[in-house]
Design a protein. Structure first.
Length: 183
């Protein structure tokens, strides 16, 4: 691309010079100040003596520019496969910000008590209304709420629970399965 004697300018630096030699991707130039410097091909830009605009335009590779400007294809994401009969489970966020408009003045004990009572109300509601599955979003934090939730859920005979789908909720959620008894 560069030939001996070509005038060049260094990209991102205020250095101009003349090509002395080329070796692979490296080009050695003599700067206007008389220094010998070596740069990679992609760091140099050929400078034309002539002000002939057509010569400059002919050097531009239009296909390359079109590739750069092309809108990238959207990435495909793996979608969670759902069973045809699967009904989405109700989700209950136990973060204190979702339960009260302002937590100012509440102690940690008050917050945990409110969260536990809210979870218990939702569990009782799901049992009464024969809802087979619910999800509690408790967050990761220090694990105090998760431990309290595990203790609460363990007191029920007709309930199984496990960590919720990691792809959908991360680590901060628990799925609760309510075994339905025949009435």
């Amino acid at each position: 691309m560069f030939n001996k004697g070509d005038k060049v300018s260094v990209l991102d630096e205020a250095i101009n010079g003349v090509v002395i030699s080329t070796k692979g991707q490296e080009v050695t130039i003599e700067t206007e100040e008389g220094f010998m410097m070596t740069f990679f091909v992609n760091e140099l830009l050929k400078v034309n003596d002539s002000s002939n605009l057509m010569d400059s335009i002919k050097r531009i590779n239009v296909d390359e520019i079109k590739k750069e400007k092309a809108i990238p294809k959207p990435r495909s994401f793996v979608k969670e496969r759902k069973d045809k009969h699967e009904v989405s489970a109700p989700e209950f966020d136990l973060h204190i910000e979702k339960l009260v408009p302002n937590k100012r003045g509440m102690s940690n004990y008050d917050i945990l008590t409110l969260q536990s009572e809210t979870a218990k109300r939702h569990i009782e509601f799901a049992i009464r209304n024969r809802i087979p599955k619910i999800v509690f979003i408790h967050g990761v934090g220090e694990g105090v709420l998760k431990a309290e939730l595990d203790f609460l859920l363990g007191r029920y005979d007709n309930i199984d629970f496990k960590e919720a789908n990691y792809q959908k909720y991360g680590q901060g959620a628990t799925e609760v399965y309510i075994k339905q008894s025949n009435r």
